[in-house]
Design a protein around this ligand. Structure first.
Ligand code: ARG
Ligand code: ZN
Length: 472
């Protein structure tokens, strides 16, 4: 009769399909166990992240050989074992991790071999035993392949960017999948540890602090890193190069680990030397520095931009003072409080840019008001004003208005609600949403809560209207 009931159930399922079309979830013997989705639900990057799992910790054991000297092709070799502790958020029949351009060769779930397939961005894992919601599970993925120079949706280099003497690892917005199996979306923050083996003579620098001295065996050096502060995947790094290391403690007590390409010493080092003062300045604005360490990686011009990799900002080519301030401010605004959806990117870039304005004022260069006035001098018919900064589209994440109009919005808000409310807002923002993510709607709501003002029209004009705001 079990069989008969099952057949009857199947019959009605078939009838339901006939009536309503195919259900999105296949009818299985245990219908409560369903596959995790292939994305975190972000409309800009539908396959970024995954549904059904919450990763608690990534332990990445990497072995990397950079591209050989020219004229050999620009190809490195990366082999990894990722040990991933995750908590299923539903009863899972299978689940996904993001992995792109590298091949998984073995997967275990809770110590048992699992079957798996790969599509362009997804590693689809089917455990032998179904995985129960809420029960912490360890997944081990052995993987590897040839590394090249991946590009993002706009064509900028990102992810694991292979060089002749190492790798520059900068993954915003969805490039982490080019170097490890991952839930690659800011809504799933995790802690990390790293063991990175490279040819002797190279330095491998990741997030957080060294968890032990580097060890060298048979011409290969292994570097150990531990990053205990919850981190969005795009902020993870494991850059490799011929770096000069500088370690010290900043005035606020934060341990600093800088790694600078010797060809880049000079100017960058002069701006990096301001890090200690900047930490003190931004703590005054945003509250205590949120992580266990900080520092910079300065490498050549291969990627051509900087990134606020958590606890260890990355700079390509140069590290100008304004950029050093920008990436440091991101540690609070972007890293500790991260965007809930990529459409919220103006909260990252607007805050980091406004922080630059405030740092310049502190240095006696130019007031924030002067920077604002300069920006507002752009004529109304300029295309600068044609972007909806709170919804710039996946191709518009890093367009100028996301940075400058974002900063101008914050300055205008400060003028609108007054300094007391504005700085209470900044500290409350970091306290309330630190360690997680927040959206533009959260920011508007908190601005209204702290100021007691109705600000819907204000934000509508500044963030959602593709026209130059009229200052009244
Ligand atoms: N967030 C970086 C900054 O501090 C910019 C990253 C650009 N990334 C990219 N894929 N184009 O401004
Ligand atoms: Zn930025």
């Amino acid at each position: 009769s079990r069989l008969r009931n099952a057949l009857l159930a199947l019959g009605s399922a078939v009838a339901a399909v006939a009536l309503f079309g195919a259900p999105s979830v296949a009818v299985a013997a245990s219908p409560e166990y369903i596959p995790g989705s292939d994305g975190a639900g972000d409309p800009y990057f539908p396959l970024a992240g995954n549904g059904g799992t919450d990763v608690v910790h990534y332990d990445l054991d990497l072995d990397y050989t950079p591209a050989p000297p020219e004229p050999a092709p620009l190809e490195g070799r990366l082999d990894g074992v990722a040990t991933i502790d995750l908590i299923p958020t539903q009863d899972l029949s299978r689940f996904n991790l993001d992995l792109r351009g590298l091949t998984a060769t073995e997967v275990t779930v809770a110590g048992k071999p699992a079957t798996f397939t790969q599509t362009s961005n997804e590693l689809v894992i089917t455990p032998t035993k179904k995985v129960k919601a809420g029960k912490k599970t360890q997944v081990v993925v052995t993987y590897g392949g040839t590394t090249t120079q991946p590009t993002d949706i706009e064509g900028a280099l990102y992810g694991w960017v292979t060089t002749r003497d190492g790798a520059m690892v900068v993954s915003e917005p969805d490039g982490s999948a080019t170097w490890f199996p991952v839930n690659d979306h800011p809504t799933d923050k995790s802690t990390y540890s790293f063991e990175i083996t490279v040819p002797e003579g190279l330095v491998a620098v990741a997030n957080g602090l060294p968890s032990g001295p580097a060890t060298t065996v048979d011409g290969k050096t292994t570097w150990y890193w531990d990053a205990p502060d919850p981190m969005a995947a795009y902020l993870a790094t494991a850059s490799v190069g011929d770096y000069v290391v500088n370690e010290y403690v900043a005035a606020n007590g934060t341990p600093i680990f800088d790694a600078v390409d010797p060809a880049r010493l000079g100017d960058p080092s002069a701006s990096l030397a301001l890090t200690s003062d900047m930490l003190v300045f931004f703590e005054g604005l945003y509250g205590p520095y949120p992580f266990n360490s900080y520092g910079a990686i300065v490498d050549d011009d291969t990627v051509g931009y900087a990134l606020e990799t958590q606890t260890r900002s990355f700079f390509s080519r140069t590290a100008r003072e304004g950029t050093v301030a920008h990436e440091l401010a991101h540690q609070w605004m972007g890293d500790h409080v991260s965007p809930n959806r990529w459409a919220d990117i103006w909260l990252n870039e607007g805050w980091a840019t406004y922080s630059q304005w405030m740092w310049a004022e502190h240095r006696g260069v130019d007031t924030a008001q002067a920077a604002f006035d300069d920006y507002l001098a752009i004529p109304a018919d300029d295309e600068e004003w044609a972007l909806v900064v709170a919804d710039p589209g996946p191709l518009g994440l890093f367009l100028n208005p996301v940075y400058d109009r974002g900063a101008a919005t914050l300055h205008a808000l400060r003028v609108e609600i007054g300094d007391d409310a504005f700085f209470e807002l900044t500290q409350t923002w970091v306290e309330r949403f630190g360690g997680g993510t927040a959206s533009t709607a959260d920011f508007i709501a908190l601005s209204e809560e702290v100021s007691g003002q109705e600000l819907e029209t204000f934000f509508d004009v500044w963030l959602y209207t593709p026209e130059k705001p009229v200052i009244w």
